[in-house]
Design a protein around this ligand. Structure first.
Ligand SMILES: [Zn+2]
Length: 326
């Protein structure tokens, strides 16, 4: 069984690896997973060992990653006999684990549109100079009941990258993607139908749209992301369908005010320079047909499907091997 979450001692809460990534890149909170201590999410198992019995992370701090982020056992990590995570992949054969870990198995059933809030457990004045090892969890097992209501499975997430990773890493398993449900706001659909190819955006509003990036333009006020695929659309004054380009704009003001500004700029700048095939995923806006002035002939206009991204938390640029065949 893979770790769906891990217990973070300082936050006294169970976090998915996507929560950890989100916190690492968030410039408004002091959090560095390399300095934090993570333990088995099974309460009984954790209580059986001291705070030095920890888990490690994989891809927790890498902005651009290929292999699925996850928690892993460290060489000395122990679990009690009855712990469901005892036979966690990553503990046994390294080769097998590496292949298996490329797949995200924990599908959140809901993407929450409001961010999760954390409270760092109050530390004594001396705690800051102590290493985590000398600072075992204060709360005995009985006191952890305030989390009893939260199943350790990350059933809901507020980190957009999590459902995106589920979709991308399981793209070869269409049946699975059709089976797994995803809810966002009032809308529930399978992963297979919630993720919509950008060229079919006219089918339904309010989905997660994705497509291969043709180019990214860095303008003074904004970034513009052009998609490779076009939308076929019949305008009222036309007799048949015509292909229209699709793009999304990200205003620089939005980026500058983003809590993960540094990580975001690193992501988009490396995407601009990249020769790799990159894909863009976004939720929250649906591109609509707009008339824009032509560069060559300012008198003329042409139609393009376009949208302004409103929330960078629901926007991802990444490599996605396997999607090109779709
Ligand atoms: Zn355990």
């Amino acid at each position: 069984m893979k770790f769906d979450t891990a217990y973070c001692i300082s936050l006294d809460d169970k976090l998915s690896i996507y929560d950890v990534r989100d916190l690492n890149f968030d410039e408004t909170v002091a959090f560095d997973s390399a300095q934090e201590s993570f333990q088995c999410p099974n309460d009984e198992c954790r209580a059986a060992f001291d705070a030095a019995n920890q888990l490690g992370t994989f891809n927790a701090k890498n902005v651009n990653y290929l292999r699925t982020p996850h928690f892993k056992n460290l060489p000395g990590t122990l679990h009690i006999e009855s712990c469901p995570y005892r036979l966690s992949k990553g503990a046994g054969s390294i080769e097998g684990a590496a292949a298996e870990d490329e797949r995200e198995e924990h599908f959140p059933s809901e993407l929450l549109l409001t961010r999760r809030e954390y409270t760092r457990r109050p530390s004594s004045p001396t705690a800051a100079v102590e290493t985590p090892r000398d600072n075992p969890p204060v709360a005995p097992a009985g006191l952890q009941n305030n989390h009893a209501g939260r199943d350790s499975t990350p059933d809901k997430t507020c980190v957009f990258a999590h459902p995106v990773e589920c979709f991308v890493s399981n793209i070869d398993d269409k049946e699975l993607l059709k089976r797994m449900p995803l809810k966002i706001g009032e809308h529930t659909a399978s992963y297979a139908s919630f993720f919509k190819k950008i060229e079919y955006l006219l089918d339904n509003k309010g989905l997660i749209y994705w497509g291969k990036i043709k180019q990214i333009k860095d303008y003074t006020q904004s970034f513009r992301i052009d998609f490779e695929q076009k939308v076929w659309f019949k305008a009222a004054d036309e007799s048949k369908k015509k292909p229209y380009s699709v793009n999304v704009y990200l205003s620089k003001k939005l980026v500058d005010n983003y809590r993960k500004r540094k990580a975001f700029l690193e992501e988009i700048k490396s995407a601009i320079d990249s020769q790799r095939e990159l894909y863009c995923f976004f939720y929250g806006v649906t591109p609509t047909l707009q008339q824009v002035p032509s560069k060559k002939n300012p008198e003329a206009t042409f139609g393009v499907f376009s949208a302004n991204i409103e929330n960078l938390d629901h926007f991802v640029i990444r490599e996605a091997p396997g999607l090109h065949a779709q």
